[in-house]
Design a protein around this ligand. Sequence first.
Ligand code: GUN
Length: 291
Amino acid sequence: MTAQLIDGKAIAQQVREQVAAEVARRTAAGKSRPTLATVLVGDRVDSATYVRAKRKACEELGMGSVHHHLPADVSQEELEKLIKSLNRSKKVNGILVQLPLPAHLDEERILSLISIEKDVDGFSPLNIGRLAQKGREPLFVPCTPFGCIYLLEQSGVKIEGANAVVLGRSNIVGMPAALLLIGKNATVTVCHSRTRDLPGVVRQADILIAAIGKAEFVRGEWIKPGAAVIDVGINSKPDETKKSGYRLVGDVNFDEAKEVAGWITPVPGGVGPMTIAMLMKNTLRAAEIQQ
Ligand code: GUN
């Protein structure tokens, strides 16, 4: 292995400890406990697991959480009413609507209703719009891309002037990751299902962020020697040696890429733990902004 392993679990733990210390300082000074409202619609098992982990993190860091679980057939009007009441609530600093929402709901409208000061996911059009404009600062940056950039910076990877390639253009990861990299003066290429000669494009990347949701899709021979590889994918792959019958793998073929890259994140234990750490950081920031 030539690559330096980027230990997301350890870096996330450091972020969590910093946030917990600041929360303790705030409460000791008589200020309110930063509090996150989580909204889960329906019964998707993956979404329920993510929301549970987010609430557990709040508890572990000394923050408050309030949870709203709505049925899968909730009306747009009911959900909008809830968001408006959370916007008004003095007890709530951050609002997180777990995505995806059931198809009958208008996600764009729901996200646009969240008060910009409480938009700890950074998905409101105002925050994303500011991220996309020169000289403007969003109040919050989406947690997973924020975590990717944090990992690069903590590992000493130079972003300015680098050729960065982002695989995937989702609203949650790919597109905001590309905007963040542009803001840090990288030269950015965003690839997607219709990109021609993907291996050829990836070979130019000093920094590669893979977020396409395809198990071990990126091969080692696509990686530029010395590149920093950030693997956002979490895919399950059949594995008879495991009791569960599967194991988690990223979007990058780790065993191949680690022999070529300069830095690489493992799956699990890379980007995954950073998403919640950055959400906690954003929720603390929300409390500070609203103070
Ligand atoms: N679904 C997948 N990732 C996320 C995320 O970071 N935030 C929310 N709200 N939903 C998600």
